[in-house]
Write a protein that binds this ligand. Sequence first.
Ligand code: ZN
Length: 164
Amino acid sequence: MTHQNISEGLVVGIHYTLKNDGGEVLDTSEEREPLEYLHGAHNIVPGLEKALTDMAIGDEFDVVIEPEDGYGTRQEDATETLDKDRLPEDMLVFPGMQLTAQDQDGQIYAMWVSEVGDKEITVDFNHPLAGERLHFAGRIISLRDASDEEKTHGHVHGPGHAHE
Ligand code: ZN
């Protein structure tokens, strides 16, 4: 059995707990399956990807990531109001929900619903965790080579991810 260290093109399974600066738990994988991601494909925030590089199965991590290497700094005036008419009719919209849109140049960008009114919704282009310093702690659970298809797609295929 070869001993591998985390590098580009490997599928990495981790258990993690994410806390903010105040020590509040924002997310944890501990009661779910480990998170699997494709290393080097920007599936996770850059600061965490950097910190995990060269680690091996069983290694533990406890890192603090500045907003620039996390979900970005928070931009002011990055909200917009949209008519509900512009959304698909049967779409259930709720605060915190992520939407994606495409501009004329084909650029895809994400936004998050901040308010839902009768006729309009307000969206924020900041990630909900933009501006937050992130505290990630956890351990490496698994490592395997990505399939060629996974490398082409830039993400992991496996239980819970099925598509053509
Ligand atoms: Zn795919």
